[in-house]
Design a binder for this molecule. Structure first.
Ligand SMILES: [Zn+2]
Ligand SMILES: [Zn+2]
Ligand SMILES: [Zn+2]
Length: 331
């Protein structure tokens, strides 16, 4: 596998002919359960859940796309750029119970999982080769779910993923002209208008964005400004309980519409990596604001936006939020 840069959009893609077979396999046992006989490369383990052998764990992905050893050695290929897929690829096991997905987990379990995520991001950002650490979760076969056990994945990469790069550039430009964080401005307008707010909980807000990419797209943000999720989580660990509860409740609401979804955490890039050609580190702590994005996969409608160059959402966020707010969920 190698990383290639599209010279037009300047985004990196990982490509090659040795893509692992991601088709769901019927395995006689689960490699992530506490009684697994498979030897996993354990990276970190938390044990804050009473009565559980462990609460959340990070292991090396069994079919890692990125590998930790070596240098990316960026090279030219005529007008093109390529580099080796140096990085980290981890599986975050959300809890020790095979059939307890995030939306059915206890708030303590989700809190432990979020704290593990914060610790792993902080640790990976200690490696100056990595520009960005992503955490994501794909649930459901059309969303590309890989494992049955409740898991998320984390990658550390030598480049910033495209969507995050767009956000960073836009947030910096907004800050340059207004001297305010665009995400903070979004939050205060959403609270004032109260047209797209799903729920407020502690310091957190769940909203449907003004311009959704898919119906029922939802974001969760802290109301207190902070660019880095891991710094927020590790400095204010008590808030992770509220975040966990809001995440659980938002997923429960969404699951009354569809079972499949993508979830991604957007945090600030690695400030240890000082890139010469990108100026976005100067005001990053003031202009960027971490958040979670949840994109439901609506099977019947999937085609209509997969092939569109312009996102098409046949349901407004003002209507979507009413269905999500009224959904019957656990307290
Ligand atoms: Zn399992
Ligand atoms: Zn902000
Ligand atoms: Zn984002």
């Amino acid at each position: 596998m190698e990383l290639r840069k599209d010279p037009i959009t300047r985004s990196w893609v990982i490509t090659g002919d040795d893509v692992p077979d991601n088709a769901p396999r019927l395995e006689p046992f689960c490699r992530f359960c506490p009684d697994s006989r498979e030897s996993l490369q354990l990276i970190a383990s938390l044990s804050g859940t009473p009565g559980a052998p462990w609460s959340a764990r990070a292991v090396v992905h069994p079919n890692a796309l990125y590998h930790i050893e070596g240098e990316p050695t960026r090279r030219g290929d005529g007008i093109y750029d390529k580099m080796r897929p140096i990085g980290a690829h981890e599986v975050l096991i959300e809890n020790s119970t095979h059939d307890r997905p995030l939306w059915n987990a206890s708030d303590v379990e989700i809190e432990q999982f979020l704290l593990l995520a914060a610790q792993r991001i902080q640790d990976l950002k200690g490696d100056g080769r990595f520009k960005y650490v992503s955490m994501f979760k794909d649930h459901g076969s059309s969303a590309g779910q890989e494992f049955e056990h409740p898991t998320s994945q984390m990658t550390a990469t030598t480049f910033v993923p495209r969507r995050v790069l767009y956000e960073l550039r836009a947030a910096r430009e907004y800050f340059e002209s207004k001297e305010r964080c665009v995400f903070c401005d979004i939050i205060s307008q959403e609270i004032k208008q109260d047209l797209r707010v799903i729920e407020l909980r502690g310091d957190f807000i769940a909203v449907c964005p003004y311009a959704p990419r898919v119906p029922f797209e939802s974001w969760i943000l802290p109301r207190t400004h902070e660019a880095a999720f891991e710094r927020f989580g590790l400095n204010r660990p008590g808030t992770m309980r509220d975040l966990g509860a809001l995440l659980r409740r938002t997923l429960q609401r969404m699951r009354t519409i569809t079972e499949e979804f993508h979830l991604v955490l957007h945090t600030s890039p690695n400030s240890l990596h000082r890139s010469g050609n990108l100026g976005y580190w100067k005001t990053i702590d003031e202009d960027y604001h971490w958040h979670i994005e949840i994109m439901p996969v609506l099977a019947a409608k999937a085609k209509s936006y997969t092939f569109k160059e312009v996102y098409y959402s046949p349901l407004s966020s003002e209507t979507a939020v009413r269905r999500l707010r009224d959904a019957k969920i656990e307290p």
